[in-house]
Design a protein around this ligand. Sequence first.
Ligand code: HEM
Length: 127
Amino acid sequence: MDYTLLRTFHVATVHVTLVLFLLRGFWMATDSRLLRARWIRVVPHANDTLLLGSAIAMLLVADLNPLGQPWLLAKIAGLLAYIGLGTLALKRGRTKSLRIKALLAALGVFAYIVAVALTKQVIPGAA
Ligand code: HEM
């Protein structure tokens, strides 16, 4: 499989993830019933599976071992934090205030993951 094509696909799913997360965050903040619509409980998960699938496919095609690449380990750690904070923001957070804080923290982690992807540095911008 072509690496560049996989990366393009990966980046496309990254955009879809962000749009769907912002949409669900807005619906959470406004107590909208749309948050519980059937499609919105299915489509983000399907997209996230493709996001992760394309990441794994790139690792295989480029013969990259994430354990030997600190920036990839940072992305995996970031992804786990993003999933945890996202679940807190959209589902598990007991109060609205906690859910909003988790939402903002999740967006911060998301920005960090993108910065790591672009710079391939654990601390983007560090010398
Ligand atoms: C929410 C999670 C993720 C986001 C937001 C994200 C974001 C991105 C972005 C924006 C790029 C494009 C970088 C460029 O244009 O140079 C990229 C590339 C890439 N990502 Fe992800 N990614 C995520 C998860 C992962 C995971 C979990 C892995 C695997 C451990 C991974 C592996 C890669 C690889 C191998 C590339 C290609 C790097 C290159 O060749 O330039 N990504 N990612």
